[in-house]
Design a protein around this ligand. Structure first.
Ligand code: F6P
Length: 506
């Protein structure tokens, strides 16, 4: 078996320049964090953009960066400022991202950005073709690189290619509005195996392929050119043990070793028996429902005033794509809403929302996860949402309640959470009350089931399932079929199940 070539827009390391010296940081975001543990342990290389522009590079810096990246088994595709503007900030995040998340009114279609998208996809494909050897498998990730599978396939018809989409695939009625819809679908069909987080996304994709390309689609197989492309759902997990063990460490550490943040949080909880913390963590993105959350929290405080001066909403929003106008508007709206609510409700002893706009190191995230009572994760639309899973994995005492939007892919496999519609403020307010008052026994029984499932369906298992399915697809004699767990037996769409091998008839 050869190596696995992971390909994604971002590398797990992001390089930036400060005072003409390079700084290397871990990438934020689900894909990078999720795949990192697999990459660290396996026989793989990771191809992606380093985070720095070509204009910033000089031979000496390039040498230093390459050395850092080589040590992390990474290889950079360098992008210039124009490419970043048109391919990343432009086409990926002003066209594909809003459209695929059902924000049609935000989607802009600019043909020069489409050209840049194609050119940068070609750059990634060329880098992969330079590195690929016989027996390797190529695993391409996400919406920034949807044309890469075909670009590689055109040059190397025999290589094993998998593609995984980390965001929702929208319904046909949305997707059909996209000007370059045929090219995008054909780009993905260069892969042997195409994976999605949920069966719904898979179904939407199949429907678009059938209606736009008029291809023969049978269950989870598509006849395309001279081969069969397999399509399946693989709900992504997290590195459960990493979060669980870190949380255990934080809980058990001596007072002196605790971070100042944890000390302050614990101190706060100890000063009032009735103090409770609701936490939310996400990138500053309009898909995450941040204004809705603040408005729903205001409604909660109005409807249930008994929680005033007792409950805090801690909102950690991580800066993201801040050069895109919609994100700047969202930031402004969020700042204003937080200011309004805090201005309206604060007392000398109490500020209802603690708002952080920055990224936080892993250890502080764990502090937040372990010291809160409720997590409120309410995206308007989300491919998966790994924060919900991280919160659950960090609850070592099995207490705490997850309030989760039914619009997140994660909701399909976390039915023991309290599920909410992120646009129904009445329901969110009632559910928050329910969560804050839930008896510990019930918290534990829900958390226990969630943890067992998450531990089993870890990110390692997700990657293993995908790669086994890719190998099997290549052998063309077996099919991976979704087997729902016992609890969610009703439909293929619900529950996080194992992929079992069955016989495949062409
Ligand atoms: O959710 C899709 C995704 O690509 C994630 O993998 C990641 O969390 C996020 O978007 C990162 O966005 P960006 O690379 O634009 O910061």
């Amino acid at each position: 078996m050869g190596k696995t070539i992971i390909v994604s827009n971002r590398l797990p390391l992001q390089v930036s320049l400060r005072n003409e010296e390079i700084e290397v940081e871990q990438s934020v975001g689900g894909l990078a964090t999720g795949l990192k543990s697999i990459h660290d342990e396996g026989n793989s290389i990771w191809i992606g953009w380093s985070g720095i522009t070509e204009e910033e590079l000089n031979p000496e810096l390039s040498q230093k960066i390459n050395k850092e990246l080589r040590a992390a088994k990474c290889d950079a595709v360098h992008l210039n400022q124009d490419e970043i503007d048109k391919f990343y900030l432009g086409f990926s995040n002003k066209s594909l991202w809003p459209l695929f998340h059902y924000f049609m009114e935000y989607a802009e279609f600019d043909s020069s950005e489409w050209e840049a998208y194609k050119a940068v996809n070609q750059k990634f494909a060329d880098k992969v073709l330079e590195k690929v050897e016989d027996g390797d498998r190529i695993w391409i990730h996400d919406y920034q690189l949807m044309l890469v599978p075909k670009m590689i396939r055109d040059k190397n018809p025999d290589v094993a290619i998998g593609f995984f989409l980390h965001i929702p695939f929208p319904s046909y009625e949305i997707f059909r509005t996209f000007p370059w819809r045929e090219e995008l679908l054909k780009g993905m069909l260069g892969a042997d195996l195409i994976g999605f987080h949920t069966y719904d996304y898979e179904r939407h994709f199949m429907s678009s392929v059938k209606r736009i390309l008029n291809l023969e689609v049978k269950y989870s197989a598509i006849k395309y050119r001279d081969k069969t492309v397999r399509v399946s759902s693989f709900p992504m997990g997290i590195d459960f043990d990493k979060f669980y063990n870190a949380a255990l460490r934080h809980k058990n550490q001596d007072f002196g070793n605790k971070s100042s943040m944890l000390k302050r949080l614990e101190d706060h909880i100890e000063t009032s028996e009735e103090a409770q913390l609701i936490i939310s963590i996400d990138r500053m993105d309009y898909t995450k429902g941040i204004p809705n959350r603040i408005k729903a929290f205001e409604h909660f405080l109005n409807k249930y005033p008994q929680f005033k001066e007792k409950v805090h909403l801690i909102m950690l929003t991580v800066p993201s794509r801040s050069n895109v106008p919609q994100y700047q508007l969202l930031k402004r709206e969020t700042d204003e809403l937080v200011g309004q609510i805090n201005g309206k409700f604060s007392t000398v002893n109490w500020t209802p929302i603690w708002y952080f706009y920055r990224s936080m190191p892993f250890e502080n995230l764990i502090d937040l996860y372990v010291s809160s009572d409720v997590a409120l994760i309410n995206p308007l639309r989300d491919g998966m949402n790994l924060v919900a899973k991280e919160f659950v994995a960090s609850r070592v005492n099995q207490d705490g309640v997850l309030v989760l939007s039914e619009m997140a892919g994660a909701a399909k496999e976390m039915s023991e959470a309290l599920l909410i519609n992120p646009s129904n403020f009445e329901q969110i307010a009632d559910t928050l009350k329910l969560a804050l008052e839930m008896p510990v026994e019930e918290q534990k029984s829900r958390m226990n089931i969630l943890q067992k499932r998450l531990k089993f369906h870890s990110v390692e298992k997700w990657a293993e399932d995908f790669l086994i399915a890719l190998d099997d697809t290549r052998n063309k004699n077996s099919l991976f079929e979704y087997a729902p767990d016992k609890k969610n037996i009703t439909a293929k769409t619900s529950g996080n199940g194992a992929y079992k091998k069955t016989s495949f008839a062409e």
